[in-house]
Design a protein around this ligand. Structure first.
Ligand code: WQD
Length: 343
């Protein structure tokens, strides 16, 4: 039985590369579509080491619709996972048109290529969305029917793409669309061969903490300790990237198995504060992580974490790994690759 191909746009990136490994382990054949604008080609050798054979790669830009159409015709994937896009909230405020171009026009280009390339049933489509479409929630844990309050151009682009893909499915019921709203992905593959490799100064907590621990940065700035939370620092739902990757495998299997589509929160259902992460990382790396408390970061909310019960019901999926593994696996990746894929 030929292995079913799954096209991963942005597949050389952080979530994409971990999903690549999980898909091969699940007996599927992922194909990476990436222009390496926000990822490093060195990941390809790591994926070869991890999976025993070189990754299938299509190097190019998802915005090149005719080329994407040719890729779809060449591989005839059973499914597509759309990871490609920009994801820094602050940057999206400074560069909104770039975010609309990459995130919205990129998704439109992919959807048009799928429409043009498929004769009959199009491939199942999984879209990498984000919990920041909820903005500052009224209640926690956050369910999928919570009010949608995107509070940055980045979050707005993700919600726009969700709505665009759902409209395409209404117009063409043969489409199968799975929307996955990630909470806070962290961690790395336990081998230490692949992991998060942000360019420049990390926006997110875990990569910043791990760069402090490895000596790249003097200390962490804790953005506020006067929030109405158990220790005054921000509370988030951290999800191990390995669990997130398995969530994508489960989503694809559901769509390939007859499910017509869903919108699901992918989180652990538990919140952890900044100081709890700092403490856990100190235990993982064997030394305290130095930090200084500074002013709140504009736009941050006090607390949000997922109600993942719908994902459990629909996909039979739930997280298995906790903060300890997230920190241990992040530390192994960072300590073995102090400067990420650049060596
Ligand atoms: C987590 C907590 C900060 C850095 C963002 C995006 C979201 C998703 C994940 C793409 C907060 C605190 C952080 C630092 C700190 N990305 N913090 N010092 O803001 O919850 O979510 O990343 O999908 O879309 O919005 O994650 O890791 O930036 O912050 O104190 O140097 O850590 O205040 O409480 P966030 P984060």
């Amino acid at each position: 039985m030929p292995q079913q191909s799954i096209l991963l746009t942005g597949g050389a990136g952080y979530i994409g590369s971990h999903t690549f490994v999980a898909l091969r382990e699940a007996g599927l054949e992922p194909v990476i579509l990436d222009n390496f604008a926000n990822s490093h080609p060195a990941v390809l050798d790591r994926l070869h080491k991890l999976t025993g054979k070189p990754p299938l790669l299509e190097k190019g830009d998802v915005l090149d619709t005719p080329w994407v159409e040719s890729v779809l015709k060449r591989h005839a994937p059973a499914g597509v996972v759309h990871f490609a896009g920009l994801k820094a909230v602050g940057e999206s405020v400074a560069q909104p048109l770039r975010y609309y171009r990459q995130n919205v026009a990129g998704a439109l280009s992919l959807a048009e290529a799928i429409q043009n390339a498929s004769n009959g049933t199009p491939p199942a489509l999984v879209f990498s969305s984000t919990a920041t479409v909820y903005g500052d929630p009224d209640n926690v844990p956050v369910r999928e029917d919570a009010p949608l309050r995107p509070s940055s151009p980045y979050a707005q682009t993700k919600l726009d793409v969700e709505n665009m893909l759902l409209a395409a499915q209404v117009a063409q019921p043969a489409w199968r669309v799975g929307i996955l709203r990630y909470f806070n992905p962290v961690g790395a593959h336990p081998s230490g061969l692949i992991g998060e490799d942000p360019s420049g100064i990390p926006n997110n907590l875990m990569p910043f903490v791990s760069q402090v621990a490895v000596g790249l940065r003097p200390h962490l700035s804790v953005f506020g300790n006067d929030y109405p939370t158990r220790d005054g620092t921000g509370v988030r739902d951290y999800i191990h990237v390995q669990d997130l990757a398995l969530g994508h495998v489960a989503a694809l299997k559901a769509l390939l198995g007859g499910n017509q589509g869903f919108t699901l929160n992918l989180g652990s259902g538990r919140g952890s504060s900044v100081l709890e992460i700092v403490d856990a990382f100190g235990k993982a790396c064997g030394k305290p992580v130095p930090y200084q408390v500074v002013a709140r970061r504009p736009g941050d909310v006090a607390e949000y974490y997922a109600d993942p019960s719908k994902a459990n019901e629909v996909l039979g999926w739930q997280t298995r790994l906790g903060i300890e593994e997230m920190c241990a696996d992040s530390w192994r990746w960072q300590s073995r690759n102090p400067r990420g894929y650049a060596g």
